[in-house]
Design a protein around this ligand. Structure first.
Ligand code: ADP
Ligand code: ZN
Ligand code: ZN
Length: 719
């Protein structure tokens, strides 16, 4: 009897599909990729297991078309991790498995791995090509020192000689350049600070088992340095380290930093800035690398010798995927650490309250670094500019402007933080109060002056700036409020001598970070203007002033996490000021200087504020003291979306420990012409909530009438 395989396919259905493995195909194992007929199309699937009796009539059972043995099978650790995600996020296993794969491996066209590096083989290292093959000999000599890239060889017209070396077995093409032991380490480890040493004394012995360690260290306290030392220890045992970093991040800089620190190691990266091809190559190379540096998707990379996972800036929102499989890479990393029995190190100057609460209750080990690593570097003084008494002109107060020009006069650098990209948040008609609505969403179109467009930041709709008001015909339309572009323009007019650079999603390409870093370090920039992108991990020694404009919206936002996030953001921005030997200064413009957040901020007291927030959350029964799941629905009308959720609530299994709230319109009720509503489920017990959703989910599939889309968001972060 031919064997029957259970195949996971990329469908929303939470089940496996049976196929027959015809004679002559194979071999297959769990994790093998196969091409199968599905409906009238073909799909790529992942073999999950084998079964002897299928519920499908043997007459109806279809054959596997092809085993894709031109690419590696998914490894057992990834299969296990996908199973965890399917259970925890109540998401289809097949969809998860396929989502973990890099793009090129997901289509059936034969896969030819690109091998961009020529390296000397063992035999090549000993060989001496005959004297007459002078060019070959020269190339081999070069290879003995360092690998050569295909592009460089092509440029130097060495292709033929390379081919000859490969033919002789002296060289081979490879995915990753091997570690070149000859490269000198240009960033040798400094002496650990006493706090770093204490942390190492705790962490190094813990590297042999699973455990979650939260490093709470002020900005500049040397967290990165601590990761490097832990990684060093893990690599020395021949194991692999996975380092997860936030999405809009300094991957290139960090990569360089790691490469310089570990010149003898194979380092691979995985992030969305890479081309499809490069992502696929790096994913394929992951099993052989020593260190994988990547954004959230890297948590699913195959790492058979995993020894340590580091999640840097663990509080960062980009670790949570906001569509499809709505996973938290931090939480999946912890699950992976547990499965692989390796430690997970979370680090942040402003940990998420989720992680901090776990550290306070002893489930995670808390490690604190309270001092900056460079002893002269002091935490900056934080001053408030009271907008109730001091007038604002074009978004700026006089003290703020004064501080900027003083800093400029001293030849030091400033950064100005405004978390709104574009020229202005809206275009406004003073005569009829029209404010540039998006035709498809319940938001305003953002004015992008230089592009001459109005753009929706939610659905991507854009249009030319109208010459006059579409509502009343008034030709005198005005920008409403400040965006980074307008602020840049204002600053340029007020401080003509300053060299200003704007940083936001409109101005930055992924590769531009390295150039920007050099420009700031080289003193070519006086003022950086930007959004939260600015707040991330830069280390600029001559940056002594941080100016923070217009953050008041978050102080009284309906999102219960808004103050936690604002505090984190302000701490991070403040952390950019005064990193080296010069004292830093932070100025915040606010109309609410009495808000408790500022008291804690001025004392640089993260833990005080975190404890205060946790007490508040406990009183209000909010996460992390409780657990939440959000059921979202989208439909052409709000009534349909709400009706679906109400029906879902009615069919919910009764469970004493689980509360079901009322279905409500989402805070942003309309996006891309669909109305959005949500139903919140909450429990003090994670187990109870999980059990509830397990029972509930199959019922959701049967609700009629159906909506355009629904999804479950476990541990939702954005509402
Ligand atoms: P964090 O990641 O906590 O913000 P970093 O690891 O980037 O901090 O360190 C901040 C600065 O302190 C960097 O310039 C780094 O080179 C320096 N540094 C870190 N550890 C040490 C040490 N043990 N001795 C001297 N300088 C250090
Ligand atoms: Zn008008
Ligand atoms: Zn829109």
């Amino acid at each position: 009897m031919p064997s029957i395989l259970q195949v996971a396919l990329d469908t929303p259905l939470q089940r496996l599909f049976d196929y027959r493995l015809p004679d002559g195909l194979g071999p297959v194992r769990a994790g093998s990729l196969v091409e199968v007929p599905f409906g009238r199309t073909h799909q790529i699937g992942v073999v999950w297991g084998e079964t002897s009796d299928s519920a499908v009539d043997s007459g109806k059972l279809r054959d596997i078309i092809r085993v894709l043995d031109d690419r590696p099978a998914l490894s057992p650790d990834i299969l296990r991790l996908a199973q965890f995600c399917a259970d925890y996020y109540h998401y289809a296993l097949g969809a998860i498995l396929l989502a973990t794969l890099p793009p090129r491996l997901k289509n059936a066209t034969p896969f030819v791995a690109d091998m961009p590096w020529l390296i000397a083989t063992e035999a090549g290292l000993m060989a001496e090509p005959p004297g007459r093959a002078r060019a070959q000999r020269a190339l081999l000599d070069a290879l003995k020192i360092a690998p050569q890239s295909r592009d460089a060889l092509r440029e130097a017209k060495q292709g033929r000689h390379a081919a000859a070396l490969v033919e002789n077995g002296w060289a081979t093409w490879s995915r990753l350049p091997p570690a070149s032991a000859n490269m000198p380490a240009t960033a040798p480890a400094q002496l650990a600070t006493p706090e770093q040493q204490a942390a190492l004394d705790t962490l190094l012995p813990a590297l042999i088992r699973f455990g979650v360690h939260l490093i709470h260290g002020v900005t500049g306290s040397g967290k990165t340095e601590l990761y490097l030392r832990l990684i060093d220890a893990v690599l020395a045992q021949g194991r692999q380290a996975l380092v997860l970093i936030p999405e809009i991040s300094l991957t290139p800089q960090l990569e360089q930093h790691f490469r310089r620190r570990f010149p003898g190691r194979r380092i691979a990266t995985l992030h969305s800035g890479l081309s499809e091809g490069a992502r696929t190559e790096n994913w394929l190379a992951a099993p052989d690398c020593d260190l994988l540096l990547g954004t959230r998707l890297a948590v699913f990379a195959p790492l058979p010798r995993l020894g340590l996972i580091v999640v840097d800036e663990e509080h960062d929102l980009s670790f949570k995927q906001q569509d499809g499989l709505r996973y938290s890479a931090r939480d999946v990393a912890i699950a992976r650490g547990q499965q692989a029995r390796v430690p997970v190190v979370l680090g942040s100057a402003t940990p998420s309250l989720e992680s901090y609460a776990q550290a306070l209750n002893g489930r995670y080990q808390l490690i604190e670094l309270k001092q900056r690593a460079i002893s002269q570097a002091q935490l900056p003084a934080i001053e408030l500019v009271d907008l109730r008494h001091i007038p604002v002109d074009n978004g700026l107060t006089r003290p703020a402007l004064q501080a900027l020009s003083d800093t400029l006069a001293r030849g030091e650098q400033s950064l100005v933080f405004l978390n709104r990209r574009g020229y202005a948040p809206a275009l406004y008609c003073p005569s009829c109060a029209w404010v540039s609505p998006c035709p498809s969403c319940s938001v305003r179109l953002v004015l992008h002056q230089s592009a001459h467009r109005l753009k929706c930041h939610h659905c991507g709709y854009e249009t030319r700036i109208p010459a006059d008001c579409p509502n009343c015909g008034n030709p005198d339309l005005k920008p409403l409020g400040q965006g980074t572009q307008r602020l840049e323009e204002t600053l340029a007019a007020l401080l003509p001598a300053a060299r200003i650079r704007r940083i936001d999603r409109d101005s930055m390409r992924p590769r531009a970070w390295a150039e920007l870093g050099e420009a700031v370090h080289g003193g070519e920039i006086d003022i950086l203007v930007g959004t939260q992108m600015l707040a991330k991990g830069h280390d600029f020694p001559n940056m002594t002033l941080a100016l923070i404009l217009d953050t008041d919206g978050a102080l009284y936002s309906p999102d219960f996490r808004a103050t936690e996030r604002l505090f984190a953001q302000l701490m991070q921005v403040a952390g950019r000021a005064g990193r080296a030997d010069k004292p830093g200064r932070v100025l915040i413009q606010t109309a609410f200087p009495d808000h408790p957040l500022f008291r804690y901020l001025q004392r640089h007291d993260y833990s005080g504020y975190a404890r205060a927030l946790l007490a508040e959350r406990k009183q209000l029964d909010l996460p992390p003291l409780t657990r939440q799941v959000l059921l979202r629905a989208e439909a052409p009308t709000m009534a349909a979306a709400l009706a679906f959720l109400q029906q879902a609530a009615r069919t919910a299994p009764a469970h004493p420990q689980v509360s079901i709230f009322t279905a409500v319109p989402a805070p942003m009720a309309r996006v891309a012409n669909l109305e959005r509503a949500q139903l919140l489920i909450q429990s003090a017990s994670r187990q109870a909530l999980q059990a509830f959703v397990r029972d509930w989910r199959p019922q959701l599939e049967t609700i009629k009438p159906r909506v355009a889309r629904w999804s479950l968001d476990v541990d939702p972060l954005a509402f």
